[in-house]
Design a protein around this ligand. Sequence first.
Ligand code: URA
Length: 239
Amino acid sequence: MEERLQKIIAESGYTSRRKAEELIIKGKVSVNGKIVRELGTKAKSTDEILIEGKPISISNEKVYFLLNKPRETISTVKDDKGRKTVIDIIETDKRIFPIGRLDYDTTGLLLLTNDGELTNILTHPNSMVPKTYLAKLDRILEMEDYFAIKEGVKIEGRTVKVSHIKIKKKDKKKDSCYVELTIHEGRNHIVRKLFEHLRYDVVKLTRTYYGTLGLGTLLSGEYRTLSKKEVVELYRYKR
Ligand code: URA
């Protein structure tokens, strides 16, 4: 299959698409022995593509990681403020990216991959992947609010669908509690917004499940690769 040269270069893990375009414009890239300067040029992964005379390693191999994200890491590929990103944690020569986001201070299960198709499937607004969170609140959840969440609270004009909610632990002395809840959407900051709407502060937030995938024994900052079976299961969310 023919694809744009900058896309092939970016997917090889050599550099970003934008930098690949710069290299092409500067005449540093050749395809089958000919220098290419045109950005629209297409090539096949079987063509001989050299950058500054050196072949790029083309592999369509897809990789999948399940990370237990630590606090104070950002779920983007790069951060303008130089903060540590989730990509910095994972050792791979592939250009991976996170599937969706967890806040800077949210911990827990985050998937990362170079599989754009799967990412689109899972982050599509209709995908309905269940995600389970454990939230520590600054005060004990009142039964009235517990039932309100169960019924569905409207945030920014849309109801947050919660298929499971359970108070896991109450600390009456410290006036705090842990609430587990499963939601089926991917709006940014949605758990914090949900509780803030009911005047609770989320003191700690961890994602414990993504679909059927759990954190298992992974400690904060640890990660593992997904099995083929797990990847196939994630593809089942395709609508
Ligand atoms: N909801 C939030 O508020 N934060 C997250 O990181 C994930 C879901």
